[in-house]
Design a protein around this ligand. Structure first.
Ligand code: ATP
Length: 854
């Protein structure tokens, strides 16, 4: 079988790999999911049972030469790809990788074509993308995804499990994952062969202690191949309750090794690496080509290197330590703390430590009117100090007893770094509280917005019913930029519709609510509006999916947004009024003119964000930072701009083309590769820019009601052959009338130019050619070439109307018949050509035409 685009995964496929394979197929419409020849037993049984519905193809049946793009999921190791290994290694094949194992990228995939996540299961990463893209999945797929997540997170119990894994599992259940099927395939009973091997392993198991970690090692030589050794390792871990386990089974002239670790002190992946394997810190495997004794001794030799190396102050400290001098003012110290989000700062003189000051004390000093006093007046001179070799345990102890919450790290007399509580927690692998952000207020900026004063008052009056209420997203961005006409978007931690009703009541307006989405618009005054939504988290389809008590926080909501400059909120609630919530440094990026995504999967989650980035670049003169631009290019090169049939793409394209000048945005689409990804024959060039600009000028000059985006689409599509053009416009789900206008502009516009360029057509001939396709086609033709006759068409001819009507013709004795239209058309032709002048001459001509008969 021939397939151009193939999704593949590793042999001995487990559910996470299998589920990822199916999920990736949804991202690449038209691709083929290839199943390796060897699947784990539970996966094989499932795949057999549902073969027809799953529509996977065995790799062995594929014509490998025909593959142009290979998307690999769940491994970075080409030798685990079985028959697909040579395809991955073929430089002519474009490769893309999705994985969640830490490890070095292999040479066969370009870094920008690799998506590496830190989710417990890779399925979670892909489900996240599908959820964000709102791709529909059926119950069977949801069941496979749930199996994948269960298997790779030990049903959400492994230490590597993240909240995203739990959210993704919940998403699967909401999409119909069948719980009873999960139970069957997750608890596959042992076969006779497996049971015998397990008994042998338990008998052979012995404990060894390495760097304080107890590792149970079970090694046996087995006469026949038994599959599902990983399944056995699970069972043995449960049975023995061991901290760490290594199972080595020699069979089929190879040693199959599995390492499991339940302690952060042993990295299973590093232990398996001694036998050439890989995996996660909690679970890893290897296939070693050699004998059992050699495997065992190599494994034991490598074990010490896989235990956690003692962490010291030099490893965890922040450097360079930010500091101020004792003579700087209290205000300057506060600014430094705010800017860097620190709860205090060291005071140094010529690189030597003299003290430290807490933000709390700075706050108090400012309250007492001491902003301009030197900081030495309020600093504490007793800062605990350590050196770079101090152990984490000692750091923890010192921090527990320190009021300052920070330790200075000295080399000799010089301060080389600083250690805070969160540095230590992070080093211990514990979840770190996001360091408390600088408290910034934009209350002054908000108070200056007189038109919003009544809204703010209304919100404040109604805000008791909700936990938090915020201006959010583009609204905050535009306020900070001082842009005048912005939309007012409000996000609520709580019931948005209820709040919108209360606001509308206060403003004497009304509410339009969308119960299904939990959103509402308060309409008031002279066509004023405020949009109110409930704060959402990334995995939920709609806020309505959440019980009201479990609504998301504003931070969750900001996490799912596109760019840092759009991921800010400002509180509108009572005492909290004006507090800026800016977890990603959006304000800093606004000042720097930088467009930055919040995470590496952002464009893959939603490729329309690429167009949004370009639009903001164009509008504000900002630029994507290097990393963001690289991610955008990567997403495009990986073919993940995807199935561009979405109406959302059209919306973004329209917005981009409507955005004033397009001098930057149109060529930028080409430069990023986005234009080509939208359609290989899209012409995003300087000529398109010129056509759009000229079209816009002409439309304004002649007062035409043509949306600019429509001229833009025609300019971009002007090189497409007609069948491709219609096909593309269809895929964009454009309205019928728009399709016709654009298609005619592209196909008829240039012909019109040809026809009108050399001929000396009469006015009525110009109208006959232009009118059936007006307004876009003649306008597009005029943008293509300055033709005086078309100027005349727009300035005069199209407005030429007869003064006589069908009723006049009836009075003259012409009854209802096709002849009425013919006479009127002939009269208009004569009038256009200047042969008639005024009602009387029209009536005279009409009389003559009626008398002459057909
Ligand atoms: P504009 O002035 O172009 O309308 P805006 O920022 O108000 O800019 P909207 O399209 O109204 O744009 O979106 C409102 C907010 O929703 C954005 O500021 C952003 O935070 C968020 N948003 C919109 N589209 C996306 C997207 N595709 N991905 C993530 N967040 C988005």
């Amino acid at each position: 079988m021939r397939a151009e685009e193939v999704i593949g995964t590793h042999v001995n496929t487990d559910f996470d790999a299998f589920a990822s394979l199916l999920a990736a197929r949804l991202l690449y419409p038209g691709s083929t999911a290839a199943l390796p020849s060897v699947l784990n037993r539970n996966v094989r049984e499932f795949a057999r049972l549902h073969a027809d519905e799953l529509r996977c193809v065995e790799t062995a049946r594929l014509e490998l030469d025909a593959i142009g793009r290979l998307v690999v999921v769940e491994t970075l190791n080409e030798s685990r790809l079985g028959e697909l290994e040579p395809v991955a290694l073929d430089p002519a094949v474009e490769t893309v990788v999705f994985d969640h194992h830490a490890g070095e990228l292999p040479g066969w995939v370009r870094p920008e074509n690799a998506v590496l996540s830190t989710d417990g299961a890779l399925t979670t990463t892909l489900v996240g993308i599908l959820a964000e893209r709102e791709v529909a999945v059926g119950p069977l797929e949801a069941t496979v995804f749930a199996l994948g997540i269960h298997e790779d997170t030990g049903s959400l119990t492994y230490a590597s499990t993240t909240r995203r894994d739990a959210d993704a599992l919940a998403w699967c259940l909401r999409h119909g994952a069948r719980q009873e099927v999960l139970a069957t395939f997750l608890r596959t009973p042992l076969s006779d062969g497996e049971r015998a091997l397990m008994n042998a392993l338990l008998e052979a198991a012995g404990t060894c202690r390495v760097a304080g970690v107890e590792v149970l090692v079970a090694a046996v030589s087995w006469p026949e191949y038994v599959e599902g050794v990983s399944h056995l390792a699970h069972k043995i871990t449960d049975l023995t309750d061991s901290q760490a386990l290594a199972v080595l089974v020699e069979m089929d002239r190879r040693v199959f090794a599995l390492v499991r670790s339940r302690t952060a002190d042993l990295d299973a992946a590093a232990a398996a690496a001694a036998l050439g394997g890989s995996g996660h810190p909690q679970a890893a495997s290897a296939i070693f080509r050699g004998g059992l004794d050699e495997a065992r001794s190599r494994f034991l030799d490598g074990l010490i290197g896989a235990t956690r190396k003692p962490v010291r102050a030099g490893d965890v400290m922040a450097r360079p330590a930010r500091s101020i001098t004792p003579d700087e003012t209290v205000a300057a110290a506060m600014v430094a703390c705010q800017r860097y989000g620190q709860s205090g700062i060291l005071v140094t003189e010529d690189g030597r430590l003299v003290g430290s000051v807490r933000r709390e004390d700075l706050d108090k000093a400012i309250g007492h009117g001491l902003s301009h006093a030197p900081v030495k007046g309020i600093m504490s001179g007793r800062v605990p100090v350590v050196d770079e070799e101090t152990s984490v345990g000692e750091l923890q102890r010192l921090l527990a007893g320190s009021a300052e919450g920070r330790l200075a790290v000295l080399r000799g007399e010089r301060v080389v770094g600083v250690v805070t509580r969160s540095d230590v927690l992070q080093a211990l692998g514990e979840a770190v509280e996001v360091p408390s952000e600088p408290y910034e207020s934009i209350a002054d900026e908000l108070r200056r917005l007189e038109r919003l004063e009544p809204v703010f008052d209304a919100v404040a009056a109604a805000s008791d019913t909700v936990e938090g209420v915020f201006l959010v997203g583009g609204t905050v961005r535009d306020i900070l930029l001082g842009e005048p006409g912005f939309d007012v978007d409000i996000a609520v931690e709580g019931d948005a519709i209820g709040l919108a009703r209360a606001i509308a009541r206060q403003l004497g307006g009304r509410v339009r609510a969308h119960e299904k989405f939990g959103t509402a618009v308060a309409l008031y005054g002279d066509r004023q509006r405020v949009d109110v939504v409930t704060a959402r988290t990334e995995f939920y389809d709609a806020p309505a999916a959440l019980p009201t008590v479990e609504h998301a926080t504003i931070r969750d909501d900001l996490h799912r947004r596109d760019f840092t400059i759009n991921a800010m909120a400002a509180s509108l609630k009572g005492d909290d009024f004006g507090r800026l919530v800016d977890p990603f440094g959006g304000r800093r990026d606004l000042v720097a003119g930088r467009i930055r995504v919040l995470h590496n999967l952002s464009f893959i989650d939603d490729p329309t964000r690429i167009f949004r980035a370009v639009r903001y670049e164009n509008r504000y003169g900002f630029r994507m930072d290097e990393h963001t631009a690289r991610l955008a290019r990567g997403c495009i090169e990986m073919g993940l701009v995807g199935d561009l049939s979405s109406t959302r793409l059209l919306d973004e394209l329209e917005a981009l083309l409507e955005e004033g000048e397009v001098e930057h945005s149109v060529p930028r689409l080409a430069e990023l590769g986005a234009a080509h990804a939208i359609h290989p024959h899209l012409a995003a060039d300087q000529e398109a820019v010129r056509l759009i600009r000229r079209g816009r000028e002409l439309a304004a000059k002649y007062g035409l009601e043509i949306p600019v985006w429509r001229i833009g689409i025609a300019a971009l599509a002007r090189r497409m052959p007609p069948d491709e053009l219609y096909d593309w416009l269809e895929r964009l789900k454009m309205r019928r009338r728009d399709v016709e206008q654009v298609a005619h502009a592209v196909t008829v516009g240039p012909r019109l130019v040809e026809l009108l360029r050399d001929e000396q057509p009469s006015p009525s001939e110009v109208v006959a050619l232009a009118e059936p396709y007006a307004p876009d086609t003649p306008l597009f033709a005029l943008a293509l070439e300055e033709l005086p006759v078309l100027h005349r068409y727009f300035s005069d001819l199209r407005g030429v109307r007869l003064e006589v009507t069908g009723a006049d013709l009836a009075q003259l004795g012409l009854g209802e018949s096709p002849r009425v239209g013919e006479v009127l058309a002939e009269l208009r032709r004569r009038k256009l050509n200047g042969e008639l002048d005024g009602r009387e001459s029209e009536l005279a001509a009409a009389r003559e035409l009626i008398a002459r008969g057909p």
